[in-house]
Design a protein around this ligand. Structure first.
Ligand code: KMH
Ligand code: ZN
Length: 275
């Protein structure tokens, strides 16, 4: 098995400071949390940014500031969100891609998102893929339901996405694919030879799905974007969630990848280019 890539989803778009005081909101806080997650064993930081009021935004300037704060502190792989928040336009969501981060997320379908709809029609998906190709940004396919793998592979057939393929299975979101071992295997079975995958279990599903991914040869995403709690009734920090995965992986004799080792596994360039 490859070494384990741990992604820290530090911020997200839905969680608020009222939900948890541990949520990083300013670029400096995001930089500090990325550093702590890196020290704890994360090799990818999946980031969103927030405005002065803590609301989700896809502002290029704020992403630039957050990336600068992360880069000052550590060589973690930076993966920007193009999902943004429900209701944002494609233009808005695509802003951080022009910063040429090493990676960006690419959701390949529409899904009910609790009581909302996370809208990703085929034409927009192609536009997102083409914009990432234009700026040389590696997509991570965000798979909220099984049909989205089909659409991702359609982009590959159309040569809109080339090179190594990496998928993130977001499981247990109300409206998306359930977080069960059976559903995970269904997703993994659809992937082409050589593709890599990560599991992001939502809420209480984070830990059991991570344990499954570690043993099956997948990779793991944890963080406050997906789950606020370390255990029932006890709020987490990003670093503690990452540390726990490193500890469990150690017990299962799966080594954890450094950012450069993750770059090799994902066939990224040896070093971040976004400055
Ligand atoms: N906030 C969700 C609507 C991504 O980062 O690409 C979308 C999301 C996925 O978080
Ligand atoms: Zn996200």
């Amino acid at each position: 098995m490859d070494k384990l890539i741990i992604t820290a989803a530090l911020v997200g778009a839905e969680v608020t400071r009222e939900d948890t005081p541990h949520l990083p909101v300013t670029p400096e806080e995001i930089g500090k949390d990325a550093f702590e997650a890196f020290q704890a064993g994360a090799s990818i930081a999946h980031i969103h940014v927030r405005d002065g009021e803590g609301k989700p935004t896809q502002s290029r300037e704020l992403y630039e500031a957050a990336i600068r704060e992360i880069r000052k502190r550590c060589p973690i792989i930076i993966q920007v969100s193009t999902g943004g928040a429900v209701g944002m336009s494609a233009e808005e969501r695509l802003q951080p891609v022009s910063l040429r981060p090493e990676m960006a997320t690419l959701t390949t379908g529409t899904v009910n998102f609790g009581e909302d709809v996370f809208y990703n029609p085929p034409g927009e998906i192609r536009r997102f893929a083409d914009t990432m190709a234009h700026y040389g940004v590696r997509p991570e396919f965000e798979i909220f339901d099984s049909g989205m793998v089909h659409t991702a592979l359609q982009l590959v057939r159309e040569k809109r996405v080339t090179g190594h393929l990496h998928f993130d299975f977001v499981m247990g979101l109300p409206g998306g694919i359930p977080a069960t071992a059976r559903h995970l295997l269904l997703l993994v079975d659809q992937l082409p030879e050589g593709a890599t995958w990560t599991v992001a279990g939502i809420g209480r599903h984070q830990l059991p799905m991570a344990a499954l991914a570690i043993t099956l040869g997948g990779h793991v995403r944890v963080g406050l974007e997906d789950n606020l709690y370390y255990r029932k009734g006890e709020l987490a920090t990003n670093a503690r969630l990452v540390e726990r995965i490193r500890r469990i992986a150690g017990e299962l004799e799966r080594e954890v990848a450094t950012p450069d080792e993750a770059r090799q596994i994902l066939r990224l360039n040896p070093q971040g280019r976004e400055g």
